[in-house]
Design a protein around this ligand. Structure first.
Ligand SMILES: NC(=O)c1ccc[n+]([C@@H]2O[C@H](COP(=O)([O-])OP(=O)(O)OC[C@H]3O[C@@H](n4cnc5c(N)ncnc54)[C@H](OP(=O)(O)O)[C@@H]3O)[C@@H](O)[C@H]2O)c1
Length: 261
């Protein structure tokens, strides 16, 4: 296909929905999608001020923005937000799951069942709620669903069960969507986020879950010997969501500096 014949990366009509736009990676995704011409509807949970900052960055990128508070554990809230976004912008062509709770890092022997249950409710159920809410709109637009997961589902990192378990479930949902919804033109992919210096990183360092020893060991095991950034993750999300990836579905792209090799 010549440059002149190339499809636009995203449709002109409708919007991209980003769940977790108040977060480090969700913000970078919202801004990159806006820079590629998408109107953006994004959600926040407790971080209203951070959501306003993201909204301002999307507007600076020249796009219209719609924001709403969503608790992913509540199926009806997720449905309402996605339907509102579709109504506001005349459809949804892109859905990105970029949310997730804080995850205290402990050995399995030291984690409580209630912490495990809670993270599954926020993260695995949250992503499932989003997939179900977005599907009718994505079928109409032949759109895409992209979810953030972790390389720990391929190469387990000790003390990371609260990330690896829900993300393994999310990857299964993504593969299921790809297999079942491809006949409607819907694509679904995942991005495995390695250790980056944005988003959750700050709280993990502050709480001592990421100490210097952990960070040095992480760097050492990565082929590229450095931590990543939210922008580098967002590049991969934007690619997979765009028409450039129109024949890619059901894949998990590790954006992890070569951690999971
Ligand atoms: N950063 C990393 O190194 C890394 C590595 C691997 C995987 N990931 C995954 O990537 C995703 C984004 O991470 P991040 O670093 O950007 O984290 P972050 O900065 O802490 O952002 C998390 C986002 O999720 C939202 N959220 C949390 N619980 C929610 C709930 N119950 N309902 C609705 N929204 C909720 C937060 O909303 P509020 O802030 O408004 O409350 C925020 O927008 C997460 O799934 C995380 O597990 C991150």
């Amino acid at each position: 296909m010549s440059a002149a014949q190339r499809l636009p990366e995203f449709p002109v009509d409708g919007c991209a929905v980003v769940i977790g736009g108040s977060g480090g990676i969700g913000r970078a995704v919202a801004v990159q999608l806006a820079e590629r011409g998408c109107c953006v509807a994004f959600s926040y949970f407790k971080g209203h001020a951070r959501a306003e900052e993201t909204a301002s960055l999307v507007r600076t990128a020249g796009q219209e923005v719609h924001i709403g508070r969503v608790d992913l554990r509540e199926e009806a809230e997720v449905l309402r937000f996605v339907d509102e976004a579709a109504e506001h912008f005349g459809g949804v062509h892109t859905t990105v799951y970029a949310a997730g709770p804080y995850i205290p890092m402990r050995f399995i022997s030291q984690q409580s069942a209630s912490a495990f249950r809670e993270v599954m409710e926020h993260d695995a159920f949250g992503c499932f709620h989003l997939a179900q809410a977005a599907l009718p709109h994505l079928r109409k637009s032949k759109g895409s669903f992209t979810a953030l997961v972790t390389p720990a589902i391929r190469r387990y990192a000790v003390r990371d069960i609260l990330s690896a378990a829900p993300k393994a479930a999310i990857e299964a949902v993504v593969k299921g969507l790809a297999a079942e919804e491809g006949r409607f033109g819907v694509r679904a992919n995942a991005v495995g986020v390695g250790v980056i210096t944005d988003g959750l990183y700050h709280a993990l360092v502050e709480n001592g879950d990421f100490d210097q020893r952990f960070l040095d060991a992480s760097r050492e095991v990565m082929a590229l010997k450095r931590l990543g950034t939210a922008e580098e993750v967002a590049e991969a999300v934007a690619f997979l969501a765009s028409s450039r990836a129109r024949w890619i579905t059901g894949q998990t792209l590790m954006v992890d500096g070569g951690y999971a090799l």
